[in-house]
Design a protein around this ligand. Sequence first.
Ligand SMILES: [Zn+2]
Length: 363
Amino acid sequence: MGTFENENVIEIANVLYVKTPKSLLNLLWKLKHLGYKIQSQRLSKYRITPVKKYKMSGYPLWHAIQPTTLKGKCLECGALIDERDIYVHGRRCEVCGKVIYQEIVDGSPVSFLFHSGSSNEYFKYGGLSFTAKLWDEKNGWLYLYPQPQEFRRPTLVGEEAQRYLQENSKLWESAEIDSQKMIRVKYRKRYKREENTIDMYETGHIYRKATIVKLWHGREFFEYEALPVQESISLVEAWHWAPLPVSSTLHERILHAVNRSSEDRPGQGIAPSFSKKDWREIAKFIRHFTTLNADAFDNAWPNFRRSNRGGAEDLYRFCQSLPPIELPSPSILRLFEGLAPFIPEISFEELTKEIWRNINKNN
Ligand SMILES: [Zn+2]
């Protein structure tokens, strides 16, 4: 049983489904006590989707989040610094003053094309590659050792590279650094195309003495490292709709609870097959939040097909207690479109009032 589970709080796929308003209030008090910040879609001024839609679609109306802050960290002196622009060429530590990030250093491979051509040139040529000497980003010059290189494929080589350089002779010039012959091109910032004469495709050998860390109660974690406690928790008010009766879309509603759908979602390729964990989560949802026979489902699912489509069809047949037929279109999916992601934090006083209002309204 999960940390917050009890007879009225059921965890499915990392979401807590709460069965009664009173147990929601208890849970929110507990989360608050454990240092979580509570956010509510109910009270969001920026919410576009009506609360009713959230309630009935089983979408989380509450979020509990452990407060963390991101900071930059200088790996030269160990100081915590501003995390903004931490990975920008020439960035210095505001404490020790050392350069802690350089996108291009002496010896970095770079690959680019001049602005003169059409965008098709990239597909035609790949790029023109050099070894960089120095990027003087203040004055907007990138200095290169003059011999084109071949460390990237496709890339212009030999006579082709020389011809391309000749064709674009107005967009680069000869230069010298410490009596060494160089060429230089206008390059101020990667994303300020109008200030460059090249489109940079690739740079290597980045110099990095900086990182981003996450602070939690004064303790330092890597940016994506897990905290010793769950960092964010979503809560669903299940009493508005549970238990779900049999309907033509019940299987979609069940699949949604484990972040799946009977159809492969556009742009996401073929959905992965069902794991035992998926079926166990589904079984839990069926037991607590539908009118289906949960014991019968526990016996049935080990024989279900594992593929996404096959498994979804087996689930559908179970939900309908029907012989094999074709699945209806998953119109329920439309219910989940357009849910606003931005949620402000609310005061605990507002929160308590809101819950009590709900209990009194008994909705
Ligand atoms: Zn430093």
